[in-house]
Every structure is written in C-alpha cells, then in structure tokens.
Design a binder for this molecule. Sequence first.
Ligand SMILES: NC(=O)C1=CN([C@@H]2O[C@H](COP(=O)(O)OP(=O)(O)OC[C@H]3O[C@@H](n4cnc5c(N)ncnc54)[C@H](OP(=O)(O)O)[C@@H]3O)[C@@H](O)[C@H]2O)C=CC1
Ligand SMILES: O=C(O)[C@@H]1CCC=N1
Length: 275
Amino acid sequence: MKNKMIAFIGSGNMATSLIAGLVADGYNPKKIIASDPDSEKLADLSARFGILSAQNNHAAVKQADVLVLAVKPQILKTICCDLADAVQQQQPLVVSIAAGIREKDMQQWLGGDIALVRTMPNTPAMLQAGATALHAGLGVSDDQRDLAESILRAVGLTRWVDNEDLMDVATALSGSGPAYFFLVMEAMEAAAIDNGLPADTARLLTIQTALGAARMAIESSDGPATLRKKVTSPGGTTERALEILEQGNLKALFSEALTGARQRSEELSELLGNH
Ligand SMILES: NC(=O)C1=CN([C@@H]2O[C@H](COP(=O)(O)OP(=O)(O)OC[C@H]3O[C@@H](n4cnc5c(N)ncnc54)[C@H](OP(=O)(O)O)[C@@H]3O)[C@@H](O)[C@H]2O)C=CC1
Ligand SMILES: O=C(O)[C@@H]1CCC=N1
C-alpha cells in the first residue's frame, strides 16, 4: 500500500490525526495529498509532515488511488456531488470517515458503483493509538478491503463490522470515546484540586493513572471488572468511591450517553442523507 497516493478531502482535526499517524508509521509523505479551503492549514500540514497540498478538491481526486472523505457530515453531499464526475473517471477507493452518512447515500451522490469503505477512526490515531471500525460496501474487492484496513491499521487497531448499522454504535463508542475519557480525567483532576492537591500534581497523577489503567486493560488477561476488583480492598478507599459512583448511576449514565450518541449518528444519516 506504500506506493498508493492517498488524497484527503478536508484537512481538519481528524485528517491531521490520520496524516500524523501515517507519516509516523513510515508512510511516504509525498504519497499523501491534502485539500482544504484554508491554505494556511495546508501549508502547516506540509511544513509539519512534508505532505503535498492540492490546489483544490478536484486536483486531489485526479491524483488519488485512495480518496479519504474527511469533511463534516453536513457538507459531504455537496462535496460528493461536486466530485462525482472526477471520481467516476479516476475510480479511487473511497474511504469515508464521516459520522452517520450511509454508504447508499454516498454512492448516489458519487454517481454509483464506487468501491467505498466506511470507517470510524478516532483522534488517538495521531499517536498510532487509534481505534477504527470499518464497513465495506458490496463493490469492494478483497484487495481494496486490505488496502483500507492497512491504511487505518497504520494508525492503530482496526475492526470490521458486517452490519452497516453497527457503525452508529462504533461511532458512539470509539469515535466519540476519547472525549468521554477526557471528561473523566477533567473531573478527577478537578476533584483532586478541590481536595487540596496542587494542580500540576493532580494533572500528572490523573493522566498517568489513566495511562496505567489502559495499559493494564490491554496487557492483562483479566477483564476490566476483575482489574477493578483487584484495586478494591474490602472496607478500603476505592470501595467507598465506587459506592458513590454507583449511587450516582454511572453505568446507567454511560448507557444513556452512548445510546444518545448512537441515535445522533442515526439522526445525522436521516437528516443529511437521501430519503
Ligand atoms: N473529530 C473526531 O474525533 C472524529 C471525526 N470524525 C469525522 O471526521 C470528519 C471530519 O471531522 P473533523 O476533522 O473533526 O472536522 P474539521 O472541521 O476539523 O475538519 C473538516 C475540514 O474540512 C474543511 N472543509 C470545509 N469545506 C471544505 C471543502 N469544500 N472542501 C474541502 N475541505 C473542506 C474544513 O475547513 P473549515 O474549518 O474552514 O470549514 C475543515 O478543515 C467528520 O465527518 C467527522 O464526523 C470521525 C471520527 C472522529
Ligand atoms: O462528534 C462527532 O460527531 C465526531 C464523530 C465521532 C467523533 N467526533
């Protein structure tokens, strides 16, 4: 896959994370081209990563073996319709990272019969610690599946889902998920400061604890529940804290939050897709 030209349409937060991860993984930056209305953003990406800047979206498509659609869902229809002729001519593998937007809608906007893989990465991709769910449309060959997977695997873990509807759940879980952990970190840090710890110490202890817990969860054969129990001494401090979190219905709250995010992803597909 290393010799394929990857073109990004939209060079915002998520495209930057993917580009950073690909380049850190050794992908040739001269095989990455990015397009965006903001020329300063493109100049910054070129300076940081050595990638190419496209004059406009059409110029990017013309060179693309893989076309990554990395714009907001709200403008994806306009972008796809505008690029349809160019995409039909070039026939790149199209990889969408947009939340909510269904394959059938993108196919229609792009003129149909396009090899299209939907993906849902997340921002830790910038550190090659991303988690990406992928779903391949019917017209995607095994080689194209491998190509899409190898690009996303360069920036972290990948999992295929067979049922496209499950992309909404993956979006709610791992696409949005980094924000949930950051919120928990913010809350823990603030609580420690309230209880008297100096701010810099509170931050460092919070972040290192999150990192350590995540590494244990990955590297241990125990699941999170067992790891949690191993921290929780009977009659000790953790038990008291967990009781309070349980009284506050933390699990129910997460269930509601993830369901809300999944429903929002479904709403986006209804609102922004064709009916
Ligand atoms: N952020 C995240 O954690 C994740 C986001 N996603 C998905 O990734 C996609 C991008 O999100 P994100 O990176 O956060 O959003 P950003 O707004 O940061 O990036 C989108 C970029 O597209 C640019 N853009 C706007 N109009 C055009 C155009 N006509 N042609 C080319 N580029 C254009 C925007 O420029 P300008 O700012 O000037 O409008 C912006 O730089 C979304 O579909 C989102 O659902 C998926 C997984 C995680
Ligand atoms: O909040 C969002 O809509 C996007 C999709 C997943 C993460 N960010």
